[in-house]
Design a protein around this ligand. Structure first.
Ligand code: PRE
Length: 357
């Protein structure tokens, strides 16, 4: 797939002097809630007003959105505040209704992106329509599936595109609701630098107090902006109450975020950076040498076990190593999460090597 500056015109043409801010409630609940939230957001950096009209819930019986009656509320938001409006579409019928209401931007939810049939149905319903489409990552950490979603729209002539990073489901998500797995976003940015990349910290965090921190990380990774769930009365929201913030809190977050320059031409900066990068190159080479030595030992263990017909996986030994390395790492300022991820990868590779023996 080829993505060029042409595919991000919808964003560039907005001429913003700050990362794009898409904000609004998780769900449109009442006309009053939608309009009150929107009028407060108008006084912030918000450029696009979001609200879920149709809500895919994990289990039936929850609030599944107000449905099409909410679309005129969004139109009133646009008329009264001048903000663009956006909502999630999950099937061809949603597309038809959203287009009738002339919703400016459509987004595809994570639970839809996982299903190529559903994405194709939506892409077909949008054929010939000139509206930006933003594709959220699938719930599972699968970059080709995410890009495949974007490709289906592009192949149908929808060329105003973007992606939203909302984190990934996992068995153990630590203090996140959905793991950010930043390396996937970094990979995507590397392959498609012109594809607008928007962060949805609300779904990554699942709580209010970490939104600023996660959003700053995204800015440091050159994300193009944010979609943040914002509600006039978050505690009493009908869906995802724990992760929604007030318009005033959103305003504070956008003020606290530090927007970095892409680079600096200053000679002193460049020479210092070069020195540090040389140092990192040396360390990286050492890491590879050490890993290669470790795998050599694993191979010897594999041969020994093979000869004595002993199982490769030794859970007790592995738990001891992990515990010891987390402790040592923490004493040297490395986070538990980081050490765990590195050593889990090392263990898997060690097992693979022993298998080959
Ligand atoms: O100690 C062993 O028995 C090994 O095979 C080594 C090793 C490791 O790489 O550290 C690999 C697999 C086992 O599950 C435990 C540890």
């Amino acid at each position: 797939m080829e993505i060029t500056k042409q595919n991000r015109k919808w964003l560039d043409n907005m001429g913003l002097d700050h990362p794009i801010v898409i904000a609004g409630p998780c769900s449109a609940e009442t006309e009053e809630q939608v309009l009150k939230t929107a009028h407060l957001l108008k006084e912030t950096d918000t450029n696009v007003f979001r609200a879920g009209i149709w809500k895919p819930r994990t289990r039936p019986g929850g609030f599944e959105g107000v449905g099409a009656v909410g679309l005129p509320w969004l139109q009133r938001v646009r008329e009264e505040t001048g903000m663009k409006i956006t909502t999630e579409v999950g099937n061809a019928n949603h597309v038809e209704l959203a287009l009738k209401a002339d919703v400016d931007i459509l987004w595809i939810g994570a639970r839809t992106t996982v299903n190529p049939f559903a994405v194709q149905e939506i892409a077909d319903a949008l054929k010939g329509v000139d509206k930006p489409v933003l594709v959220k990552n699938p719930v599972n950490p699968d970059l080709p599936l995410w890009l495949g979603g974007v490709e289906r729209f592009k192949a149908n002539g929808i060329d105003q595109l973007g992606v939203i990073h909302r984190g990934f489901s996992a068995y153990n998500t630590g203090h996140y609701r959905n793991k950010p797995k930043w390396h996937i976003a970094i990979e995507l940015k590397k392959e498609f630098p012109d594809l607008p990349l928007i962060l949805d910290p609300s779904h990554i965090c699942g709580r209010r107090d970490t939104i600023l921190d996660v959003s700053q990380t995204a800015l440091d990774l050159n994300f193009d902006g944010f979609m943040i769930e914002t509600h006039i009365d978050p505690d009493n929201a009908w869906s995802d109450a724990a992760q929604q913030i007030t318009p005033a809190q959103l305003d504070q977050i956008t003020q606290d975020l530090k927007i970095r320059q892409k680079s600096s031409d200053k000679e002193s900066f460049q020479s210092k950076l070069n020195l540090y990068r040389k140092e990192l190159d040396l360390i990286d080479n050492n890491i590879i040498d050490i890993l290669s030595d470790r795998m050599g030992v694993a191979e010897n263990i594999g041969k020994l076990k093979h000869k004595e017909n002993v199982a490769i996986l030794q859970s007790g030994r592995w738990s001891d190593i992990l515990k010891a390395m987390i402790e040592t790492g923490q004493s040297k300022g490395l986070s538990k999460e980081f050490v765990e991820e590195v050593f889990k990868a090392i263990h898997v590779e060690s097992i693979n090597i022993q298998h080959k023996v």
